[in-house]
Design a protein around this ligand. Structure first.
Ligand code: HAM
Length: 421
């Protein structure tokens, strides 16, 4: 039996990887523009990290984690997201003590969640995320949002919608919690088992339950905005004003609670064009208590993550084609055994000079070598045979206009360089 790829995963085939590279390159460029530095953390972490960081009552921790024991009997988990790992690293390396604050960091890498696979939802997916740790200035909330939008715009997406909410400070959350319990309690038996057990532990989680999404009580649930303390309102106001002044439009959605427990104050999502059911491209927000919860000093943080998988769907839906330059500069077509031996030597020289070059490795006839050159979209084909070897020169065909010239071997690199630069 053929072994197949695990459910919920996919291969990025060679003809697709150029787009991925372009996206990752753009992410790096935008991060550099905004002064965010890359940090790399392990793909697996202690299971505790996500239980404490993401939250015991979240879907991610309860249903979606890839947990395993290693041979040393340690409980480990393939990371379902990046924020908890970054906060762990920030605490572990005492980055809170560095003079440069906030620490503005980013990551691009695979995450793993055992979810029901569908368009835009895979079990291994690639997140690009940023985390700004150490500042509670509302303008940095606006900055991370601006970074995500700049990234999407640079790639050519136009149909973006920013949705914003505030979950307030712990005091606002506590008042809201009581109101939610009072709202759901009388009819909680109509909800799924998870929601029933979440009612007292974490009623906010009921609001993003995938199963009870359409229950009438969801639509009439109290709004967090009515429970914000003055300080929380003031903070949210400053974020909104900064976005207004930066010219970044948004919609308010008081039901935006997000699926991870660490959020407070600003939460946001960026929605995009999608033919499928899932249109959330990016999720993020502020998580002021997380550094403390994971053993560090009281430190504010804010960030977002987006997946390349959902971005690809949005690009496709908006019919944006990312240009990828994969054309070869030069293909060497060799005729006869001596020319086949000369070809690697020429290749080595051309490549050494930065010319993208290749040759035939399939013992093809010359016509078929030209067809391969076409498949590689070679700009020039360098033909060498016995006559060329005797004359120490090559026949160079310009594949764009069909013209041909004879170029001495010793001038070949310079000639091609002058033509392709
Ligand atoms: P999240 O909302 O769980 O937040 O995920 C962020 C983004 O990851 C989503 O908007 C989506 O683009 C993508 N994503 C999530 N699950 C999948 C999946 N199964 N398949 C494809 N894409 C997926 C977080 O992960 C937070 N750590 C974000 C954050 C960073 N908040 C503050 N800093």
């Amino acid at each position: 039996m053929l072994i197949q790829i695990p459910r919920g995963t996919y291969d990025v085939l060679p003809e697709e990887s150029g787009v991925w590279q372009k996206i990752e390159e753009t992410a790096r460029e935008v991060c550099s523009l905004f002064n965010y530095k890359e940090m790399r953390t392990p793909i697996f972490e202690s299971t505790d990290l996500f239980q404490r960081g993401v939250g015991d009552t979240t879907d991610i921790v309860q249903k979606e984690m890839y947990n395993f024991k290693d041979r040393g009997d340690r409980d480990l988990t393939l990371r379902p997201e990046g924020t908890a790992s970054f906060v762990r690293a920030y605490v572990e390396h005492k980055m809170f003590g560095l003079p440069s604050q906030p620490q503005k960091l980013y990551y691009i890498g695979p995450m793993f969640r055992y979810e029901r696979p569908q368009s835009g939802r895979t079990r291994q997916f690639t997140q690009f995320g940023v985390e700004a740790l150490g500042s509670d200035d509302p303008s940095i909330d606006a900055e991370v949002i601006a970074l995500a939008i700049t990234f999407y715009r640079k790639l050519g997406l136009k149909k973006l919608k920013l949705v914003l909410n505030s979950l307030g400070d712990p005091e606002s959350r506590a008042a809201y919690r009581q109101a939610l319990i009072a709202h759901f309690k009388p009819s909680i038996h109509e909800f799924c088992d998870d929601c029933q057990s979440r009612l007292e532990k974490n009623p906010l989680r009921i609001l993003d339950c995938k199963e009870d999404h359409d229950h009438p009580l969801m639509g009439t649930a109290p709004s967090i905005l009515d429970f914000l303390t003055d300080a929380s309102k003031d903070y949210f106001e400053k974020v909104k004003v900064t976005l207004d002044e930066m010219g970044i439009p948004y919609e308010l959605d008081p039901t935006l609670v997000r699926g991870l427990d660490y959020y407070n104050h600003t939460t946001f999502e960026i929605m995009g064009a999608s033919r499928g059911a899932i249109s959330t491209l990016t999720g993020g927000g502020r998580y002021n208590g997380l550094v403390r919860d994971l053993g560090g000093p009281e430190t504010p943080g804010v960030g977002f993550a987006l997946s390349i998988e959902r971005l690809l769907i949005a690009l496709e839906t908006e019919e944006v084609a990312l240009n990828q330059e994969t054309a070869l500069d030069c293909f060497i077509a060799a005729i006869g055994e001596p020319a086949h031996r000369k070809a690697p030597v020429l290749l080595q020289e051309l490549r050494g000079a930065g010319i993208r070059a290749d040759k035939d490795y399939m013992n093809r006839k010359v016509k078929a070598q030209f067809r391969q050159a076409d498949r590689d979209r070679a700009k020039f084909v360098v033909v060498i045979g016995d006559d060329e070897l005797a004359a120490q020169s090559a026949n160079v065909k310009n594949m764009t206009d069909g013209s041909q010239v004879t170029v001495p071997f010793e001038n070949l690199t310079d000639y091609l360089k002058s033509k392709i630069d």
